[in-house]
Design a protein around this ligand. Structure first.
Ligand code: DAT
Ligand code: MG
Length: 148
């Protein structure tokens, strides 16, 4: 089953929306495969956002993502990568539709509440950066018979 890496950023943790965000993915029908509250070391932040290292906001981005705990998650389900991106909304919360996570909880691009992998390649890469294989759990939920 397809998997993606999602992370409630430090602003989302401080704003007390971990539960709300987890709830949205649960209700949609996705299955949680792993989760942890953690502080991101600077090196990991720089690796995770490596594709942005030439961008003018890279320093701010790394400072922000290491500024407080994050809630890192792996979710699985059919089309979870692209569906989670839709549920997150546009990168800049000012452009994110109401009903999306960023549309409902964010105001500015620097503090946009949630990260989600943007492709199958980045999902594999990011899951590998944040989780050891033994931290991911494979299990069956009977409710899946009513989802698939
Ligand atoms: P996304 O998080 O939607 O995948 P991205 O990968 O383009 O967006 O950028 C990563 C993060 O960097 C984004 O969540 C917020 C920050 N960011 C993006 N564009 C920015 C900008 N123009 N100014 C400041 N921060 C920005
Ligand atoms: Mg991105």
């Amino acid at each position: 089953m397809e998997k993606t890496f999602l992370m409630v950023k430090p602003d989302g943790v401080q704003r007390n929306v971990i539960g709300e965000i987890v709830s949205r993915f649960e209700r949609k029908g996705f299955q949680l495969a792993g989760a942890k509250l953690m502080s991101i070391p600077t090196e990991l932040a720089e690796q995770h956002y490596g594709e942005h290292k030439e961008r003018p906001f890279f320093g701010e981005l790394v400072d922000f993502i290491t500024s407080g705990p994050v809630f890192a998650m792996v979710w699985q389900g059919e089309n979870v990568i692209s569906t989670a991106r839709q549920m997150m909304g546009a990168t800049n919360p000012k452009d994110a539709a109401p009903g999306t996570i960023r549309g409902d909880f964010g105001l500015t691009v620097g503090k946009n509440i949630i990260h989600g992998s943007d492709s199958p390649e980045s999902a594999v890469r990011e899951i590998g950066l944040f989780f050891k294989e033994e931290e991911l759990v494979e299990y069956n939920k009977n409710i899946n018979e009513w989802i698939y």
